[in-house]
Design a protein around this ligand. Sequence first.
Ligand SMILES: NC(=O)c1ccc[n+]([C@@H]2O[C@H](COP(=O)([O-])OP(=O)(O)OC[C@H]3O[C@@H](n4cnc5c(N)ncnc54)[C@H](O)[C@@H]3O)[C@@H](O)[C@H]2O)c1
Length: 191
Amino acid sequence: MTINVGLVGLGNITQYHDIYKKAYITHLKSLEKIPFFKIKFGCDLKKKNCLDFSRKTNAFVSQNINLCLKKYHPELIVIAVPTKMQMNCIKKIIDHYSPKVILCEKPFCENLIQIKKMKNILRRKNIKIFINYPRIYNPFFHKMKKILLKNNSSLLINVSYKSTLLENGSHFISLFNFLLGKKVMINKKKK
Ligand SMILES: NC(=O)c1ccc[n+]([C@@H]2O[C@H](COP(=O)([O-])OP(=O)(O)OC[C@H]3O[C@@H](n4cnc5c(N)ncnc54)[C@H](O)[C@@H]3O)[C@@H](O)[C@H]2O)c1
């Protein structure tokens, strides 16, 4: 089995975050580890990022997403651009074809109106979208979930995070929704 992949946005989370680390953090290193993924193209507005990517893979690389999409229609598209650029990239992709799956970096869209609009478009095109909140795939948290579900009481948990609720706090909302198997209530306090 082969799953062809196209990468849009070749920045830190796609190719730089784990350069000097053993861990698999970036999309590129993770995809290359799994033999059935075949990277078909990479695209970034920045020339340097394209050059760095082309040194690491044999995939087609371009600063112009339309060139990539004219040449390849991979089943999986990974989108790792800043949130405000996500809609623009997704629209360009679906103008060309419907990938089976889009893996999009968090946080998804800038507001709820955009999310609902995107959800409708993707549903009509039969495209599945996953937002990359990786903690919920970590086996450690799967074990923790089993323990928490046995003890079915309410929990009050304090979390400190850097940056904004949307940028980093959303990781914890995703994680606690997963761990507790229900929607969490958030009470945001400023330090
Ligand atoms: N899931 C996680 O744990 C995690 C971790 C880090 C970052 N992120 C998310 O990933 C996204 C990217 O973060 P990053 O740190 O890699 O940022 P980055 O700035 O290093 O990379 C983003 C890249 O997107 C490119 N880009 C912007 N618009 C584009 C377009 N229209 N077409 C093609 N390329 C375009 C930029 O040139 C840049 O190189 C952010 O939304 C961030 O929140 C998620």
